[in-house]
Design a protein. Structure first.
Length: 441
């Protein structure tokens, strides 16, 4: 068949993303982790335990991000880690990485959607949380179908608002910071607490690699991806340290974990602010209202990245080919987006948000580890591959990220054996089905 301009457009995603849009996507994918959930790691490890695990995770994400940027610039494809592993390690490993990436990106949004529903339910208690969560899924899936430029612009705006709210929070709390609050009961469960808090440290940064999944839609991807990746991870590291220290420094870690009734809360920022201004102050209500933007930014951003991941899986026929089709009107992966939304809504009805997050983290760590192997393998097997950006301090950076990712996976397995079994079973069963289908072909 003759390849025409129309044929080419039907099989390609539209290039419209600029560096500032990629920064908005990169920060937006992750920023909800600053607003909720991370403080539950304090219950496991205390201030010192979570701080130690977070420092290791920061080191992993910094070294991983720059290593991953080398792959994204050299192979700017929507599949991200799947495409890199396919070229470096072959289709079997590519399938495993692709499934891990799909699990991460498809199962993280339901937890965030539930949090969005819980936020709205505070203002509109007559509307069930599940209804709001499903409505959010439909709205943001439709926005992504309409076009990546509109989706990225929306993401940029709400991300800027979410970052501004975190800076405002720090500005209010830092004057009340006391070092003794960081030192109080710093390691309540000893060394095991450090390991148990790892998933919550990862939650600070989970999803940053999604920037690579929109590489095919970036203008001048070699330059744009590097700037977007680098500025996003720098912003997130600064916000993580600022939010962590200013929250705990107000009244100690227990004050941002436990509510008045003694139950655990996954909303550390309002709890910290209530210790300063009370819960009737305008600043308190502003934080709760604008804090919703942080949740929406991550929810919307990960939906966007998940659509590209599933699309690439279908495009290469590792999943039903219909998922790899581009909507001719909007030039977006509409089928993949609708499929992911359906799976996410089903997951919502389980009500197991914490477990869903943990399984998503298992997928992320698998992706990180195998992607770092891909960096090293491609350096050896394809030394002449055009690499507009090369990871600094090679091979130290990819090896560091690889070792920490494997260590975190082992530690998480020890503390979440049943969930690890479920995750590994999903990967193995899908891989067996893939090999059977391949053999029949």
């Amino acid at each position: 068949m003759k390849i025409t301009k129309t044929n080419l457009q039907e099989s390609q995603l539209k290039r419209t993303l600029t560096p500032i849009m990629l920064w908005g996507l990169g920060v937006g994918y992750v920023i909800s982790g600053m607003y909720f959930g991370w403080n539950l790691g304090l219950e496991k490890g205390g201030t010192l335990g979570l701080a130690i695990s977070t420092l290791f995770i920061i080191l992993m994400y910094v070294t991983f991000t720059f290593s991953y940027a080398e792959l994204a610039c050299a192979i700017p494809k929507a599949g991200g880690g799947f495409d890199y592993a396919n070229r470096a390690l072959g289709k079997d490993w590519a399938f495993i990485v692709g499934m891990a990436q799909n699990i991460e990106f498809i199962f993280a949004p339901p937890a965030i959607a539930f949090a969005i529903g819980a936020y709205f339910n505070l203002f509109f208690p007559q509307i069930p949380i599940i209804v709001i969560a499903i409505f959010s899924y439909v709205i943001f899936t439709f926005l992504n179908i309409r076009g990546v430029k509109a989706a990225a612009m929306f993401e940029l705006i709400i991300t800027i608002l979410a970052v501004g709210e975190l800076l405002l929070f720090a500005g209010v709390t830092i004057p009340h910071f006391e070092l003794k609050n960081l030192q109080a009961n710093p390691l309540p469960n000893g060394i095991p607490g450090i390991l148990a808090s790892l998933p919550f440290a990862i939650w600070f940064f989970l999803g940053i690699e999604g920037v690579a999944n929109v590489a095919e839609e970036a203008i001048n991807p070699q330059k744009t991806i590097l700037i977007g990746f680098g500025s996003a991870i720098l912003t997130l590291v600064v916000l993580c340290i600022l939010t962590f220290s200013s929250s705990i420094g107000v009244a100690g870690w227990e004050a941002i974990v436990y509510k008045v009734d003694g139950s655990a809360s996954d909303s550390p920022l309002p709890l910290a602010l209530a210790n300063i201004v009370g819960n009737n102050n305008i600043l308190y209500h502003l934080l709760i209202t604008v804090g919703l933007f942080g949740l929406v930014a991550s929810f919307h951003g990960i939906i966007l990245a998940a659509g590209r991941s599933t699309y690439e899986f279908g495009k290469i026929k590792f999943a039903p080919p219909v998922l790899g089709k581009i909507n001719q009107k909007f030039q977006t992966p509409a089928n993949a987006l609708i499929f992911n939304m359906t799976i996410g809504i089903i997951a919502l009805f389980t009500g197991k948000t914490a477990e869903i997050i943990t399984i998503s983290v298992f997928g992320a760590l698998t992706l990180y580890a195998i992607s770092m192997v891909s960096v090293i393998k491609l350096r050896r097997s394809e030394p002449t591959l055009d690499r507009p950006f090369k990871v600094p301090f090679y091979p130290l950076f990819p090896i560091t990220a690889l070792v920490i990712a494997i260590g975190a996976f082992i530690a998480m397995t020890f503390f979440n054996i049943m969930l690890a079994v479920i995750y590994i079973s999903i990967i193995i069963s899908c891989f067996i089905a893939f090999k059977i289908h391949e053999k029949r072909k």
